[in-house]
Design a protein around this ligand. Structure first.
Ligand SMILES: C=CC1=C(C)c2cc3[nH]c(cc4nc(cc5[nH]c(cc1n2)c(C)c5CCC(=O)O)C(CCC(=O)O)=C4C)c(C)c3C=C
Ligand code: FE2
Ligand code: FE2
Length: 377
């Protein structure tokens, strides 16, 4: 009698393929604390800031900085900030990423009925990259696309997700076939999604005097060592400006969320909003195209802190334009991106042009519906 080593079942031959071959997509976002309290924020920050990709210092100096400075004061201060944006449903980064995953699963199911499984992992905290890859393997996934939810590549964000994937793979006897999206900062579908969502927002709220595009910062030292993040942010901003048909004087780029005393990418967002106010800008629109879903850095730092800086410096109104989140624009553009990056996989065997056309049509219909329901009765 023969026994399949895949199934362990005695009545199947050795070459019986037990797991149906499935394709999986793992979305990865940064992670967020479990509660808006110093007690819950501390282990989150400790894990995040222990990542050598995030704080690049000799380990002895890193240990002094982390334990001597950051973890003494920051958990309480960050917890206070988280408390301002926490909802009944929890942390916006978590429920926003979950909603996006669900909507993408549904959209891919519509476009390509068949065995495609999506999962969401958090780089720090739970569920981890390793847990979710193991879970997908148990569900029969043998081909995996990893899509970090960071449009621009940075060693500190995307690079760190690659580390987590590599570590997870090391523990598996038979890892899935792997593909990884490095970045999608200039993807035409993504630029269209950003432009359409900003236009849609202007259709209901009117346009401000200037549009500020604020990206998360990194230390300038990392850029000088070769991190492409700064240049990719500039490329996204230029493509978006061109897609919106605006000229250079109408759009400003800046970098937010710096930590510590080292010089980070310039110009800083807080200094920029103050400068714009002092130069006479009254209504400032701010979008954060580097964040796929809203989080502490957009909802608290931009829509609350920087709004206060702007009005204190003489501006009238800072209006934050929400991230793409689970909008039809984002779902359509990421579905198309996934189909493009999985070309050649039988589970995704699909005419790419037809898929793009259908995604655009779905987005256009949804947009028309939204505009009708936004219109005054
Ligand atoms: C200290 C170094 C940090 C680097 C480098 C960094 C890069 C970086 N971060 C994001 C995206 C997010 N960061 C978020 C929060 C956050 N970031 C840092 C520090 C660095 N980030 C800290 C300490 C925190 C925690 C909050 C705080 O104490 O201020 C978030 C939001 C998380 C949430 O729960 O909502 C995101 C998203 C990118 C894309 C990036 C590099 C390009
Ligand atoms: Fe960050
Ligand atoms: Fe911050």
């Amino acid at each position: 009698m023969s026994r399949s080593h895949y199934t362990g079942l005695a009545d199947l031959p050795h070459d019986a393929h037990a797991p149906a071959v499935q394709a999986g997509v793992l979305l990865v976002n940064l992670g967020t604390p479990e509660a808006p309290t110093a007690k819950a924020v501390r282990p989150y920050l400790a894990e995040f800031l222990s990542d050598p990709r995030v704080i690049e210092l000799p380990r002895w100096l890193w240990w002094l900085v982390l334990h001597g400075i950051i973890l003494r004061t920051r958990p309480a201060r960050s917890a206070h900030a988280y408390a301002r944006i926490w909802e009944e449903r929890g942390s916006p980064l978590r429920f926003g990423s979950e909603a996006l995953t669900d909507a993408l699963q549904a959209e891919l199911g519509r476009q390509r009925p068949g065995p495609i499984k999506l999962a969401l992992a958090m780089r720090y905290g739970a569920p981890s990259v390793a847990q979710q890859i193991a879970q997908l393997q148990r569900a029969g996934v043998r081909r995996l696309l990893v899509l970090p939810l960071y449009p621009q590549y940075s060693a500190t964000s995307t690079g760190s997700v690659l580390d987590a994937v590599a570590d997870a793979i090391k523990t598996l006897r038979w890892p899935p076939e792997l593909r990884i999206v490095n970045d999608y900062h200039d993807d035409p579908g993504h630029i269209d999604a950003l432009a359409n969502s900003i236009r849609r927002w202007w259709e209901t709220h009117g346009r401000g005097d200037k549009l500020l595009l604020s990206f998360h910062g990194i230390p300038e030292r990392y850029r000088d060592a070769g991190d492409p993040y700064f240049c990719q942010c500039h490329a996204t901003a230029r493509l978006l400006r061109e897609r919106l048909g605006l000229d250079e004087s109408e759009v400003v780029l800046s970098f937010q969320s710096r930590v510590g005393r080292e010089r980070w990418l310039h110009p800083y967002t807080d200094e920029t909003v103050r400068r714009l106010a002092s130069e006479g800008v009254k209504r400032l629109d701010v979008a954060c195209p580097g964040f796929a879903v809203d989080c502490l850095e957009t909802l608290e730092e931009i829509a609350m802190q920087n709004r206060d800086f702007f009005t204190a410096a003489g501006g009238h109104e800072l209006r934050y334009i929400p991230a793409l989140n689970d909008s039809t624009e984002q779902v359509a553009s990421l579905a198309t991106l996934i189909l493009r990056h999985t070309q050649g996989w039988p589970e995704f065997a699909i005419d790419y042009d037809a898929a793009t056309a259908q995604a655009q049509q779905t987005a256009a219909q949804q947009r028309a519906k939204t505009l009708r329901s936004d219109a005054p009765a």
